[in-house]
Design a protein around this ligand. Structure first.
Ligand code: MN3
Length: 216
């Protein structure tokens, strides 16, 4: 694996997320998770190595104990940040449309209620972690999930749709201790089309599985 390229310039999310934070976050932090994951993958059996990282995280129980922690942390860090960059864009924000909008209304009542719940649960995450909007393939619904450190929602059978990194490295240069201000600003850069695509793909996979099991 190599460090995924940024889909936009480091200063594209200004003034909400500053260019220096974006550059260090991507070129140093994301690079470190990528290197750490490659190192951990070398210790896996060729059979597991051949699977993509999303699949390995979804089946973390099959990873041998001596590498599990490193895959969980660095593999999660690699995947989480890749999702993070792609779920933001210049002049993003606003309200979601399409299937994800209906799913959010169904689970949370309205977009305003979802936004309030996501912000109020993500701000107090202790230490380092992420707030996530996830798709639960068992219920067929979207849910909120707080995860600590770099542990991926995939390790709990959930599909990550939209995540917010609240490690201090994600906001401290501009916002210092004011994490709620960073969270409030982040809503202005969300790429809802990307989140909607991710949701639609997850749901198609679930429906596809159900059809196959019904006819087999
Ligand atoms: Mn980070």
């Amino acid at each position: 694996y190599t460090l995924p390229e940024m889909p936009y310039a480091y200063d594209a999310l200004e003034p909400h997320i500053d260019a220096q934070t974006m550059e260090i976050h991507h070129s140093k932090h994301h690079q470190k998770y990528t290197d750490g994951m490659n190192g951990a993958l070398e210790k896996l059996s060729p059979e597991l190595q051949g699977k993509d990282i999303e699949e390995i995280l979804s089946n973390i129980k099959q990873v041998p104990d001596d590498v599990k922690g490193a895959i969980n942390f660095n593999g999660g860090g690699y995947d989480n940040h890749k999702l993070f960059w792609n779920s933001m864009k210049q002049n993003g924000g606003g309200e979601p449309t399409g299937a994800i909008s209906d799913a959010i209304n169904d689970s949370f009542g309205s977009f305003a209620e979802f936004k309030e719940l996501f912000s109020s649960k993500t701000a107090p995450i202790q230490g380092s972690g992420w707030g996530w909007l996830v798709y639960n393939p068992n219920s067929g619904k979207v849910e909120y999930k707080a995860m600590s450190n770099q542990t991926s929602p995939r390790t709990e059978g959930l599909v990550p749709l939209l995540g917010l990194d609240v490690w201090e490295h994600a906001y401290y240069l501009k916002y210092q201790n004011k994490r709620p201000d960073y969270i409030a600003a982040w809503w202005n850069v969300i790429n809802w089309d990307e989140v909607n695509d991710r949701f639609s793909r997850s749901e198609e996979r679930r429906v596809g599985k159900e059809c196959r099991s019904r006819w087999s």
